[in-house]
Design a protein. Sequence first.
Lengths: 206, 228
Amino acid sequence: MSEPTGSFARFAPAERLVHRLVAILMGSCLITAAILYNGSIMMAVGHRHVVETIHVWSGLALPVPMIAGALSAAYRSDVRRLNRFTPADWQWLRSRTRRDDTIPVGKFNAGQKINAWLVAGSTGVLLGTGAVMYWTGLVRLSWRSGATFVHDWFALGLGLLVIGHIVYAIRDPEARRGMRTGRVARHWARVEHGAWAEEIQDQSNS
Amino acid sequence: MGADPDGAPVGRRVVLGLFGLGAVGIVTGSKIQGGLSELLAPVQLRDPTGFTALVPLGNTWRYYSVTGSVTPRDATSYALTVSGLVDRPTTYRLADLEALPQTAFTDTFQCVTGWHVPDVPWTGVRLAGLLDAAAPTAEAVGVRFHSFDGTYSVNMTLDQARADDVIVALSMYGAPVTHDHGGPVRIYSGSMYGYKSTKWLSEIEVTPNNEPGYWEDRGYPLDGFIGE
């Protein structure tokens, strides 16, 4: 039976490490982005080359933990879960009463799945467009202008996703505990991720 | 713990979709931005809330400073020196520069990283005139612009500096150049990327060479002509 009583293992140490590294690098990217983009903040902070260097290296490093996580079987398994959308996920997204526990939710709900991939895809796009802007000899000027346009809007979108992610985390201490300690209360798992809780229960019974 | 691999691989599709959107955006973004800019420019110039400067709508200015805060200078504290390999070193107060013949034209401010602001009305003193007045010696090859931020400087060759569209700019959009734009006096070079247009100009030094400047030491081309 599961130990300690009353909780389920949710995230492996490797996954929590990836999360922590991504959080630090993402925070660094977003804070430096705000300085580089906003004129008032830039004029107060100055030192553009230093800020730019931190931004560029944080951005280049950001995908590294995301990809290196694949060395962990638990991370690979969760990426597979995030990738797959079941008919219940579509139903969950369309439902106005999605939190009432009638639609079965696996280890991740459909919103978490969408968020994960929007973040991953946006990170890739920001990496590509950022490279084009930073190494100015790579493509012609009009494409650099296009890359700046794309970089601006994706950064804004990603910033909003991260803020949303933090707001949801603030509202749910048990979800935060899951990422901090790796374990969550059974009761929480049954309410928030009923199908996942059942799945674990079945495994430990068989 | 068995993963549930049933269901459509939507995650992968989301990522590929975003990559496609990004690629299309790189190729067409400049045009889209231009269109947005034309629609929004009248609003942005008169936006009292500053909201339009927070979101990347249209072609907005980005303000650069390479040092900490720069102490503003005004008509009483400002001075511009033309020095170096010249027969007649000269110092101009702001009023002296304003009293000289002014050149006005409308041109794009283009940053090497891609962003640009089209149709900016500039007014100022043609640099060629200031150089002629100072009379560069026979050994003179280049011109180094120094900023009163204490750090920034950049070069042009003497020939480049004498081009018609290189001015010591005193006004933008029909008003004195603001501090954030590098005022009260900055360089504006219409054919070159923004890093050649020194902000907070304090000294024009005529030099025996054409050394790389601040951003050129950090990778940008020495001849900063737009499109090269």
